[in-house]
Design a protein around this ligand. Sequence first.
Ligand SMILES: *Cc1c(COP(=O)(O)O)cnc(C)c1O
Length: 384
Amino acid sequence: MTTPFLPFALPEIGEEEIAEVVNALRSGWVTTGPKAKQFEADFASFLGGGVEAIAVNSATAGLHLGLEALGVGPGDEVITTTHTFTATAEIIRYLGADPVFVDVDANTLCIDVNAVEGAISPRTKAIIPVHFAGRAADMGPLLAIAQRHGLKVMEDAAHALPTTSGGKLVGTLESEVTVFSFYANKTITTGEGGMLVTRNAEIARRARVMRLHGINRDAFDRFTAKVPSWYYEVVAPGFKYNMTDIAASMGIHQLKRAYAFQKKREQLAALYDEAFAGLPIVCPPKAANGDVHSWHLYVIQLDGSVSLGRDQFIERMFEQGIGCSVHYIPLHLHPYWRDNFHLTPEMFPVSQKIYERTVSLPLFTRMTANDVARVVAAVKVALR
Ligand SMILES: *Cc1c(COP(=O)(O)O)cnc(C)c1O
């Protein structure tokens, strides 16, 4: 008898999502239209705090639009963490600016706020923290540094729905822009998709224009009453980053389940925590007191006392039918970033050490307590 393979992640798509997608398909309106508009309105009211939400076809697109709207360009520097997905940094290069990478804090696995201060130069324009695994970065001190130095902050919240920092939902903090991801394995999904959120009307206006070819919708709306609807004005060489109504149809219903999903993930994470007590495993950092952790990922580290290598551990898990992953291969190890920005592991001792010992275990809402028990049993065998 063989047990089925337990994947590292799986989306949970319900009948409501399916019915809404079918409704969009039958309506004849498949690209950006009423569903995308509704998803944006729902998302803004989900977060509250008077934010505007702009739906895009990926978080990468949203991060690009956000940084563009902040006025970042050639010659500028943007500080971010090495311990992230390449999308966080590649959008800095899209704009011809240079990323300046800093290490992470071992207690949060998020950007080391003290290191940020030391990385600021006269060219620094912005900071992009990442809420790693769904645990908020240390936003209070980071926002204070940004304010002291006149820098903009854009949060990479790809993992962070719903996450709170200081009791406030990520997306409603005092940063300029926050971007969420709805990629297939994220906490809610539209297949591919993202949401740019801001309270700054000027940034919102610019992002809306640049999201769709640099077409000025204000001009369009202003004149639609007077001239035929074919009229529009292009005011910049924009991008093609709009979200389709097919994707938004999923998003509308995924968003309604965001808190239920978070609760489920939190319960699964607690089961892991409990089971790993006493094992040579470093459990993931908890949220700060009273804050919500979205638990996008459950990231362990093999303790220094374990002689088994990380790669071997993952292999042994795979042999037992368990899918694992690694978050992340830090950017300083990837050829493009390493060679062009002269990065070495010695510059990022915390990230490097974590990378060598880190494993992300399966964590998704359709997992059962039994699945967790299977993973735990496999971990024990692998460590033996
Ligand atoms: C997934 C992810 C992104 C990119 O999201 P997409 O929607 O796939 O573009 C960016 N940053 C981080 C940290 C991510 O995990």
